[in-house]
Each structure stands twice: as structure tokens, then as C-alpha cells.
Design a protein around this ligand. Sequence first.
Ligand code: URA
Length: 284
Amino acid sequence: MSDLSLAPDAAAALLRWYVDQGLDEAIGEEAVDRFALPSPVAVTASVTPMVAPGATPAAPTPIRPTAPLPPRAPVPLESPQLVEDAREVARKATSIAELEAAVRAFEGCALKRTAKNTVFADGVIGSPVMIVGEAPGADEDRLGKPFVGVSGQLMDRMFDAIGMSRERDLYITNILFWRPPGNRTPTLAEQAICLAFTRRHIELARPKLLVLAGGTAVKAVLDTTEGITRLRGKWTTLRLDDGTEVPTLPTFHPAYLLRTPASKRQSWWDLLSVDKKLKDLGAR
Ligand code: URA
């Protein structure tokens, strides 16, 4: 480590400031001083200095090329081709185990490079209810399971209130399998790549019904621009590529409920609606 020469209090204050800015992950042993990196001039150029009339022009002074940049690790380009690749790989999976192996082996999503773990799913395969959230946070990234942090604990308590648990009747995943650094909003390209797998995930899991937790999951899975406030609590049908149709309920994300407890009332109606739908479908 370079010598930071900071008093412990100042170092702690600096770390707190980083966390406040969303920088809550150390992804390398050494901080990179990007101002100290050589500028990326790749070619030798020459300039002809201005000369006074009658004077002998000096020989052109070559501009010395700066040292070449250190080789960069290949960054996968999040292009439409990567989305196609993801679809192709996902389509070939004929079981959830195969799909999980394919997701873990997939190198086309840049988020994987900064995440500690691939967060695939938790709960019971074959459950009547599948929950799809947005993206792993710090706890999920550390433990490799979706919804294990505070918002996941709230979600567990909510489903417990209608007698359902991830040990028995829930199967849980996210539209993203890797934590976006600092919990930033996933880009559309990152969402599209992971979504190819998530759609296949739903096909293979064959839940009786799907619960989409939060606006990002709703927009991505239902391919809509409509906001969560308009869509929550309204059943819709998700049509998948293999022709499967799944009754789907958009609901608030538990992290939103932690920030806005007054909305828990609406989420309670959503839970009752899940319970009723399962009964109507003969699944309870
Ligand atoms: N929020 C999500 O959307 N998913 C998780 O797994 C955790 C928090």
C-alpha cells in the first residue's frame, strides 16, 4: 500500500465519505491515480516550429510518444450481439441446473468483473410463486443469494404473513445476476443481457404466478415504460418465448417499503391478492 499518512480519524472520515458517495466496494489492493496515468498518445507526430523570416528553420522536433498504456483487461462490449449470445446460450439450457451453469460461465456482462459472486436464485425450484427483483446488493453479493439483506428480510416477513416461505413455497431471483458496483442503476444493456437468462429462468421454473418486485424488474420483464405506481397491484399476463403464459403481479420493492412505510398497506393488499390467486388456481 502507498503511504497515506492519514490520522485514523481522518481515514475513517474519508472512508465514510466514500460510502456516502456509493463507493462501498474495494475492487483492487491499490487505488489507481488516473491523473498519473500517461495520456493515450499512440503515434509519433512532428511539428514545424514557426521561424522568423530569413532564419534557418530548425529540424522538426519530434513529439515523443508517451509510454504505451498498460494493457487493459478486455472489457466485453455490451452490444446487441451480447444480448443475442445470451439468448442463444439461455435457449440451450433445458433445466434450471443447466441454466445456472450457463449463467456462471457467461462472460458477456461487464458487471461480473466487479462482483464477488454470481447471485442466481434461492428458495425451492418448482414453487408456485416466483419472485423477481432487481439486482443483488452488497449482502447478496457477499453471500451469493438473492434478497438476504434488510430488504430481503422484510420480504420474508411479508410472505410469512400469508404463510409462505422461501424454504417451502417461494423461488427467488433477480433480473441481474451480478451486483452493479456501488448499487448503481443497471444500464439497459446490462439488463437486456441478464434478462435473456431471466426469461428462460421463468420458463424453466414454471411458477403458477410471478411477483415482480420494484419498478426496474417490472419495466424489464414486462417490457414497459409504465411506472410501478400505476402498475402495482394489477395482474397481467407474461407471455414467454415458449408460449408459456404466467399470471404476473407487479408490486413495490421491499427497499422502497423500508423508505416509505406508509406504502406497506398497498403491499399487504398485493399479498392478499397473491394468496387469493393461488387459491383460485388450486395451488393452495
Ligand atoms: N434488492 C433486489 O432487488 N434484489 C436483491 O437480491 C436484494 C435487494
